[in-house]
Ligand binder design. Structure first.
Ligand SMILES: C[S@@+](CC[C@H](N)C(=O)[O-])C[C@H]1O[C@@H](n2cnc3c(N)ncnc32)[C@H](O)[C@@H]1O
Length: 285
C-alpha cells in the first residue's frame, strides 16, 4: 500500500473512537447533506448501490431502506475501526440488504459495471490519488450509472473547520500543508471548480452541483468549549507534535481564550451557530 494511503488508514483507525463519540452530533449537523446526496445519486428501490468510504455508516444507513430487499447495498471503507461502527448499525437495524467490506477507493475489489449508483460522503478528500479512485468508481458503475459525492466547500465558507487550525498555527513549528486534491484533509476538494474538474477529468458527464449550507449549533460558546475541553489536550498533542505535556498544559488555556474570542462572532440569541458549507456533486458514466 502507498505510504500516504497507509498513513490515512492509520489516522482513521486511530480517529474512529473519537468519531464515534461525536457521531450523533455530526449526523444531526450534516443531515441535509445526506438528503441531497441520495437525491442527486438517484437512490431508489431495487438498485445496486456502492457506498464508498462509508465510515461508521453514512449514507449506507439511510440508503438501505430506500433500496429495499430487491436491491443491494455494498458499503466499503479503508479503516476497519470505522467499518466496525457500520457493522453495529447493520446488526441493530437488521439491514439484511447490506454487505460490508474493508477496501480503499483506489482499489475497489468489485465486479466491473455492477452498480447503478455510487455515493461517497466526505471521503474523497482523503484519497492521495483522487483520479485513480474516481477511475475505480467509474469502472464499478454500469453505463449511465451515477456517482454522487459530498465534499466540504472552500475554507472561507467553513469557519467550523478553520477556526482551530488558525488558532494553532502560531504554536506550530511547521506550516500546515495547503488544502488541495492529493493532500488528505477535509477541505482538499473545496476550492472553486475543483470537484467539477476532477469529475470531468475522470470522465463523468451531466454534472449536477449543489451547495448545501449548514449550521453547527451548540447551546452556547461556553458549552462548546466545555465539550472541546474533554479531548482538547489530546487534540493539541496531535496537532502540535513535539510539545511536552507541560508546554501543552500551558498552551491549553490560551487556546481556549482565543477560541472563545473567535466563537463569540457566531452567537445568535445566546446560541452558537457556526456556519459550514458542503458541495454535493454528481455525474454519470
Ligand atoms: C469523514 S469520514 C466519512 C465517513 C462517512 N462517509 C460519513 O459521511 O459519515 C471519512 C472516511 O473515509 C475513509 N477513507 C479515507 N481514505 C479512504 C480511501 N482511500 N478509501 C476508502 N475509504 C477511505 C476513512 O476511513 C473514513 O471512514
Amino acid at each position: 500500500m502507498d505510504e500516504r494511503k497507509a498513513n490515512v488508514r492509520q489516522d482513521w483507525e486511530t480517529n474512529a473512537a473519537r468519531w464515534r463519540r461525536r457521531e450523533r452530533q455530526t449526523l444531526e449537523f450534516t443531515r441535509p447533506v445526506t438528503a441531497a446526496l441520495l437525491r442527486l445519486a438517484g437512490v431508489r428501490s431495487g438498485i445496486r448501490l456502492l457506498d464508498v468510504a462509508c465510515g461508521s455508516g453514512d449514507p449506507m444507513t439511510s440508503a438501505a431502506p430506500l433500496v429495499g430487499y430487491d436491491g443491494l447495498v455494498v458499503a466499503v471503507d479503508l479503516a476497519g475501526a470505522m467499518l466496525a461502527g457500520a457493522r453495529e448499525k447493520v446488526i441493530a437495524g437488521r439491514l439484511r440488504n447490506v454487505r460490508l467490506a474493508q477496501m480503499g477507493s483506489e482499489s475497489l475489489a468489485v465486479r466491473p459495471a455492477s452498480f447503478d449508483v455510487v455515493p461517497c460522503r466526505f471521503g474523497m478528500m482523503f484519497c492521495p490519488n483522487p483520479l485513480q479512485a474516481l477511475g475505480e468508481i467509474r469502472s464499478a458503475l454500469i453505463p449511465g450509472g451515477r456517482f454522487a459525492t459530498a465534499v466540504w466547500a472552500e475554507p472561507a465558507r467553513n469557519p467550523y473547520f478553520t477556526i482551530m487550525p488558525r488558532i494553532l498555527r502560531s504554536y506550530m513549528r511547521e506550516a500546515p500543508p495547503t488544502p488541495r486534491p492529493g493532500v488528505p484533509s477535509p477541505l482538499s476538494w473545496g476550492g472553486q471548480g475543483v470537484v467539477e474538474d476532477l469529475l470531468t477529468t475522470a470522465g463523468f458527464s451531466e454534472l449536477m452541483i449543489e451547495k448545501v449550507p449548514l449550521s453547527f449549533n451548540h447551546e452556547s460558546v461556553e458549552s462548546y468549549i466545555a465539550d472541546w475541553r474533554v479531548e482538547g489536550i489530546q487534540e493539541l498533542d496531535r496537532q502540535l507534535p513535539g510539545r511536552s505535556p507541560a508546554e501543552l498544559a500551558e498552551i491549553m488555556p490560551k487556546v481556549e481564550e482565543a477560541l472563545r474570542r473567535e466563537l463569540n462572532a457566531y452567537v445568535r440569541d445566546g446560541r452558537l451557530e457556526l456556519p459550514a458549507e458542503a458541495i454535493c456533486a454528481a455525474g454519470r458514466t
